[in-house]
Design a protein around this ligand. Structure first.
Ligand SMILES: Cc1cc2nc3c(=O)[nH]c(=O)nc-3n(C[C@H](O)[C@H](O)[C@H](O)COP(=O)(O)OP(=O)(O)OC[C@H]3O[C@@H](n4cnc5c(N)ncnc54)[C@H](O)[C@@H]3O)c2cc1C
Ligand code: SF4
Length: 453
């Protein structure tokens, strides 16, 4: 999987292998990958093909969701099976201001713990000040207290992996909730299919909608562009909230070890255009699940007006488990949450770009010749039907993803940040010119008579 560019670094295969022969490690591009010890080489963890979320031999999202949610009310080709969908935010406490969006993801995790429906929540927390700074900035942890759960608020566009928390859930009896992006939630359910202990203990999965996963170099690049080195950084907030600005005006915020801070708007960063795909994991080129279709409940950002302009943050929520529906419905009735029911078309509109990339774009990418394992997706490969400009956008996005890893690696080895920055600025100008007719590239496109998108 790794050699075929299909490894997202979830750690599910390592969780299933003996710890003496496999571990998850960062590679030279700042991405987590499984590493097998000498005597483990060639060893395949039990039923590997059925565990890996990108394996062509594992069950797909439709099959997993059909088995988990056989009697839900709705089924949609883009967001999958679901019981109900809502737009809204948390009213009680500081969940909304602490969260990246409307705070509902962390509220639901906390509510499950508070109502004694779980004993622990496996989610992602930042490295604490007293931890060794050779440890990654973020990691999966099982939190068993409300304070612990609250520490997990906010989206982390940083590699993390599940093997440690899976190991802990196996060793320590209890009921657990796991929070994760779509492929991680799928991996958890694939593990549960193989392992009766996990099946019994993992009571809920909370999914996050996903555009793509970044490498650890993304935050290193932030540091470079704010005049710092990653070694001086003690913490990062990818989306510093400011209620006075539109929610989609992301601001990156770094805390430094000397106590000072640095901030910069994403649109002033050479790699801050999410759609351009800088530092994207290559496996994300072969993903067809935007809304975590196998999770009991999934949370995303409501990227439609008037919510986009509301800097306090607003969620879209897709609920599949009746129990979670009841939990959320009751809290809304008590005024602790502010929610309005929406249909699947609304949810799809909030993620229009993500669905284009994971349906039309995926069909196009699947038609390209490639070496190694061929992924099997719920989308049929097609080379035709797109405008030349659209094809160029998909091709450019995928090459920016691939080259950002290599160019950053080279600039890092040569201690020459300007090398990466120069390349990234030129790539961004090309991408934005072709995609949004911006700058000199856009003017040129107009002059040669290429129709607008
Ligand atoms: C890599 C990534 C890509 C995303 N792409 C999109 C997108 O394209 N469109 C969209 O609408 N939403 C996307 N999201 C989800 C969005 O950023 C919010 O997480 C979501 O709207 C929930 O917001 P909230 O305020 O309810 O969450 P919060 O209340 O802030 O809680 C977030 C919860 O998620 C956990 N968490 C944070 N990062 C991770 C992680 N990397 N892996 C597992 N758990 C984590 C935290 O520990 C916490 O429990 C993405 C999230 C991630 C991590
Ligand atoms: S995607 Fe996950 S399960 Fe598949 S090879 Fe990578 S770490 Fe292992």
């Amino acid at each position: 999987m790794r050699r075929s560019g299909l490894c997202i670094g979830c750690g599910a295969c390592v969780a299933q292998a003996d710890e003496s022969i496999a571990a998850m490690r960062f590679d030279g591009y700042g991405q987590l990958k499984p590493v097998w010890s000498r005597h483990g080489e060639g060893h395949n963890p039990q039923q590997f093909g059925q565990i890996c979320p990108f394996s062509p031999h594992s069950r797909n999202e439709d099959e997993i969701a059909a088995a988990r949610f056989p009697s839900v009310r709705h089924s949609d080709p883009l967001i999958g099976r679901f019981e109900a969908a809502y737009v809204g935010h948390v009213v009680e406490g500081t969940f909304r201001s602490d969260g990246s969006s409307g705070g509902l993801a962390n509220w639901t995790a906390a509510e499950l713990l508070e109502k004694n429906l779980v004993d622990g929540v496996a989610h992602v927390v930042p490295r604490s000040e007293d931890e060794d700074d050779r440890q990654p900035l973020f990691r999966y942890r099982i939190s068993r207290t409300m304070e612990g759960v609250r520490e997990g608020a906010k989206s982390r566009y940083h590699p993390v992996e599940l093997s440690g928390v899976v190991d802990e859930m196996r060793r320590r009896p209890g009921r657990y909730a796991v929070v994760g992006i779509p492929c991680f939630v799928k991996a958890v359910h694939l593990l549960c299919l193989q392992d009766a202990v996990l099946r019994e203990r993992i009571a809920f999965t909370l999914g996050l909608f996903c555009g793509h996963m970044k490498s650890a170099r993304f935050v290193e690049s932030f540091a470079w562009q704010m005049g710092e080195r990653i070694g001086t950084v003690s913490g990062v907030d990818y989306r510093l909230k400011d209620a006075r600005r539109p929610a989609n005006w992301y601001m990156a915020h770094l805390r430094l070890k000397d106590g000072s801070t640095r901030s910069k708007d994403w649109w002033h960063l050479v790699d801050g255009d999410w759609g351009a795909g800088f530092f994207q994991n290559s496996a994300c080129n072969f993903c067809d699940d935007v809304t975590a279709e196998t999770a009991d409940v999934s949370f995303g950002d409501a990227w439609v007006e008037p919510y986009t302009s509301d800097g306090r943050g607003t969620n879209v929520v897709v609920i599949r488990s009746p129990l979670i529906h009841d939990l959320i419905g009751r809290a809304a009735g008590e005024g602790r949450l502010e929610l309005r029911e929406v249909d699947s078309a609304f949810v799809v509109r909030t993620q229009a770009a993500g669905f284009r990339q994971r349906r039309e774009g995926l069909a196009f990418r699947l038609s390209w010749p490639r070496a190694g394992i061929r992924p099997i997706k719920r989308v049929t490969p097609t080379f035709t039907g797109l405008t030349t400009r659209r094809m160029l956008i998909y091709w450019l996005r995928s090459s920016i993803s691939a080259w950002s890893h290599r160019m950053f690696w080279l600039a890092r080895v040569l201690h020459l940040p300007a090398l990466y920055m120069g390349w990234a600025s030129a790539s961004l100008a090309l991408y934005q010119g072709i995609t949004y007719s911006r700058g000199w590239v856009g003017k040129l496109m107009g002059r040669i008579g290429w129709p607008e998108e």
